[in-house]
Design a binder for this molecule. Sequence first.
Ligand SMILES: [Zn+2]
Length: 89
Amino acid sequence: MCFHILAKALSIIVKMIEEKSMQQAIIGFHLDDEQDWVADLACGHAQHVRHNPPWQNRPWVMTAEGRQEKLGMMLNCLKCEENRSISLN
Ligand SMILES: [Zn+2]
């Protein structure tokens, strides 16, 4: 039977939906104590959006225009993801 293939497909879809739900829109930006840019997310969490090449390459965060452009962009919220995995365990 191909039930296990179906179950596998279903688990992949569920995972995709769950991952998608961790995406939060950027509603603003602020600087932290170390002058690193932090994105304020729709869920109330905040996440660093550092420009630290070559590891983190976000030249747009350095300019007001670039940040303005990214408002509303979806970002994977690590804190939401963390909360979810804690609640699942
Ligand atoms: Zn969040």
